[in-house]
Design a binder for this molecule. Structure first.
Ligand SMILES: [Mg+2]
Length: 369
């Protein structure tokens, strides 16, 4: 018999908008839209987060702000205050970390926990209630939690009853739970894949799991096999593998030991460019960058920096690398220099858009679209 596996996924409810409501009691109960300046309907840029009150008007994340304004001109439109959101995110994640060693943050307001050690789904449900209670008490924010035997099931379950939801899907209920849901609930199945599946007569996750896997493979390649697995509630990665042990690194050993800063910087620039290609090619995002220097005489030292939110931009890679290099104390001749990226995460399109937003890419009132 396979060991019992219990995965919890937690997702904060309309995170940015809920924080604004908490900070500004005068806005509570009103439709709050965090995002670009609507400028009376002519603003550019997009909605980052809409409160549940704003969602009643049809406003959604990622929608052009001008469209949101036309749906709800009386809404409270606020620019994002990222330093505050990041601070609250840290506090929430610190709470979560106390409940399991196997913790994996996937975005600013989402994380997975492996809580198999609770031993049963009813004990896991009790743990989830305690977590929700602690976050409400300490942060005055609600979240939605899903529990299931895999990450995919936990993730879909957390989205099942928002806001303030708690959905537990025991292993023998997985197929029945997933079957009626639209295929778009599977992360990675967006409009494009969803449209192709619809043309094949596949509307629900049940349709997908019952579809001939060889036909899916011939149509979508490996992704076809993968989505067929996901439709049955199975996923490949385990939290430990995915969150803790994966890293990518590059290093250079100089032909002659050097203390020339320009040589070190050039070597690091080549490495960051190469790492950036790997990250974007594999759709990986990182949070921790470690600089490694081996001096003449084989003394090896490392310096690390962890940022609050996953990224994969070349700019961040370069900034972190330069910052760490500048912080290296003293001088010595260098035999080898290297960079390692860890706390890696593979991300779907939804999280990618948050990352772009946070790094300014999708949030632009001035530039061209
Ligand atoms: Mg959320």
């Amino acid at each position: 018999m396979e060991p019992l596996r219990i995965i919890l996924h937690l997702d904060m409810d309309s995170f940015f908008a809920s924080i604004e409501a908490r900070e500004h009691p005068e806005f509570r109960g009103k439709p709050i839209i965090v995002g670009a300046d609507p400028k009376g309907g002519s603003g550019r840029g997009v909605v980052s987060t809409a409160s549940y009150e704003a969602r009643k008007f049809g406003i959604r994340s990622g929608m052009p702000i001008s469209r949101a304004f036309s749906l709800c001109p009386e809404g409270v439109y606020l620019p994002p205050t990222f330093p505050l959101y990041t601070k609250v995110s840290h506090e929430v994640m610190e709470i979560l970390r106390t409940y399991s060693d196997h913790f994996h943050q996937v975005s600013i307001d989402e994380a997975f926990l492996d809580i198999s050690r609770t031993g049963s789904y009813s004990a896991a449900e009790g743990l989830a209630r305690r977590i929700k209670g602690e976050i409400l008490e300490r942060e005055h924010l609600t979240c939605s939690v899903g529990i299931g035997p895999s990450r995919i099931v936990a993730k879909i379950a957390s989205d099942f009853m928002k806001p303030d939801g708690l959905t537990v899907v025991e292993p023998d209920r997985v197929l029945a739970f997933l079957a009626p849901l639209p295929v778009g609930k599977i992360p990675g199945i967006g409009k494009k894949t969803g449209g192709e599946l619809a043309r094949m007569g596949i509307q629900t996750i049940g349709d997908l799991s019952g579809y001939d896997v060889q036909l899916l493979k011939s149509r979508f390649g490996r992704w076809g096999l993968h989505m067929h697995e996901l439709a049955q509630g199975r996923d490949v990665h385990d939290i430990r593998e995915d969150g803790v042990s994966r890293s990518i690194s590059r290093e250079t050993t100089f032909e002659e030991d050097t203390d020339d800063p320009a040589t070190l910087i050039r070597a690091l620039e080549d490495m960051t460019a190469d790492l950036h290609r790997t990250l974007t090619g594999e759709n990986l995002f990182f949070r921790t960058l470690t600089l490694k220097i081996r001096y003449t005489g084989f003394i090896t030292k490392t310096w690390s920096r962890t940022i609050p939110h996953e990224t994969n931009t070349l700019q961040t890679l370069q900034d972190l690398t330069r910052g760490l290099l500048a912080s290296v104390p003293g001088r010595g001749t260098v035999r080898l220099i290297g960079i390692r990226l860890s706390n890696l995460q593979e991300m779907g399109a939804a999280q990618r858009s948050i990352d772009e937003y946070l790094s300014g890419g999708a949030y632009s009132n001035t530039g061209d679209e």
